[in-house]
Unconditional design. Structure first.
Length: 422
């Protein structure tokens, strides 16, 4: 027989653990409430993006508060609280999707008309859940708990809020997270096709946020899938709540360190790209660089048609001569629309000429910058490598080192050391 005095440390540890978890849930909810309020009231950056993220944070806050009430046993005696806080799952997906879309293509997709249909599942879920508030508390518990003796409409109601809701909500959130990753991938392809420096517009932090949400999602799926042992199920539920707490505190921490993280202004560059996508034409100058091409490329074609091979080759040669002569790549903010404007031709045509040489605009300009750094190393053995990188047009250490390794197949330090041995 186990001595009772041997068990009390274990019991005390379990009680302490439960108190700590409950406290963390409450602190996470409080932090989330402040963060959500700050985002909803913020007028800096993208107002709509702030609203989407603020609403998403508010949903997580409600979830954590629900977890806290469950941990404290409050909902056991007040089932109406569970019914009130129940409908949340179908809000996560649309909110993170609209937030991602607003940051990558701001002002392009306002929520109106058919866009509102994204929230239809959430509205249906809310109506099904909040209708429980009109029922007797015991019946609320029976429906939410999926009691087997229910029949008819009550059984269907319980099924809809039980297994059906779980399956549909898991699928729903998973689809939206995949859509977010697709939108982010398209955004990165867009900026690499149009900009020579991407550090401030690549939205790496948004990718990390989505990956954090994906981690929470996977824990949630595991929590719903494992219906075995009580200990296992409770452990995963606690892990799910703590992952939400970590996500909220991480967002708050990053927001304090970098206030613009939730409102990075992308409108200017996106609108530039969109304008050129629609118009398809650069601004013509009195002395166009195309004068060297002759009649191979005619101005009246520069709308929607693609260049033929000879036209693309001719434009490529003009572009190469311009880059070598004027060293446009030294400008860290050089963009494809600016280059097209310099040439006085269509953005699409310049992009075609570059793409036909199996590279995008980002790779094209950074290739020149690496060659410029090599040239600077040959004549300047005193300046630091990073200074030379900045002189060549790079605007960050990571961009410089990554590009140099890619095109020189060695690090800048290795290349400079090789020069000294010659």
């Amino acid at each position: 027989m186990v001595n009772a005095t041997m068990l009390w440390p274990l019991v005390a540890a379990v009680v302490f653990f439960r108190i700590m978890v409950s406290t963390l849930f409450l602190l996470g909810a409080v932090q989330g409430a402040f963060l959500a309020l700050a985002l909803l009231m913020s007028k800096a950056g993208s107002r709509r993006a702030n609203i989407y993220l603020g609403c998403l944070t508010a949903v997580f806050t409600i979830t954590l508060f629900d977890y806290y009430l469950d941990a404290e046993g409050v909902t056991d005696n007040a089932p109406w609280i569970t019914a009130l806080l129940w409908p949340k799952e179908f809000l996560y997906g649309p909110l993170v999707y609209f937030y991602t879309r607003e940051l990558t293509r701001p002002a392009v997709f306002p929520i109106s008309g058919t866009q509102l249909l994204h929230f239809l599942p959430a509205v249906v879920h809310l109506l099904l859940s909040w209708s429980l508030l009109s029922l007797d508390p015991d019946l609320q518990v029976a429906i939410l708990g999926g009691r087997e003796d229910l029949s008819g409409g009550l059984w269907l109601w319980s099924l809809a809020l039980g297994d059906v809701e779980v399956a549909l909500s898991v699928l729903h959130v998973g689809v939206y997270l995949c859509l977010c990753l697709g939108v982010l991938r398209a955004h990165r392809r867009l900026i690499r096709d149009n900009f020579s420096s991407t550090e401030h517009i690549n939205l790496n932090w948004l990718a990390r946020l989505i990956l954090g949400l994906l981690l929470v999602y996977l824990i949630w799926v595991a929590d719903e899938a494992i219906s075995g042992g009580v200990a296992t199920s409770e452990f995963i539920s606690i892990a799910l709540g703590l992952s939400m707490v970590s996500l909220i505190y991480t967002m708050g921490f990053l927001g304090l360190r970098q206030p613009s993280i939730f409102s990075r202004p992308l409108k200017e560059y996106v609108q530039t790209v969109q304008t050129n996508e629609i118009a398809g034409v650069g601004t013509a100058h009195e002395t166009s660089e195309l004068s060297d091409v002759g009649e191979v490329i005619e101005r009246d074609k520069y709308q929607n048609s693609a260049l033929d091979q000879s036209g693309s080759t001719a434009l490529w040669q003009v572009l190469e001569n311009l880059m070598i002569r004027d060293k446009l790549y030294l400008d860290p903010q050089l963009s494809l629309p600016q280059l097209a404007d310099k040439l006085g031709v269509s953005v699409n045509y310049v992009s075609q000429a570059i793409n036909q040489n199996r590279m995008n605009f980002f790779e094209y300009t950074n290739r020149y910058r690496v060659e410029e750094v090599k040239r600077l190393m040959d004549c300047d053995g005193e300046s630091s490598l990073l200074d030379l990188g900045f002189q060549a047009g790079f605007n960050s250490k990571s961009a410089f080192y990554n590009a140099f390794r890619k095109y020189a197949e060695q690090s800048p330090g290795q290349y400079r050391a090789g020069l000294k041995t010659r």
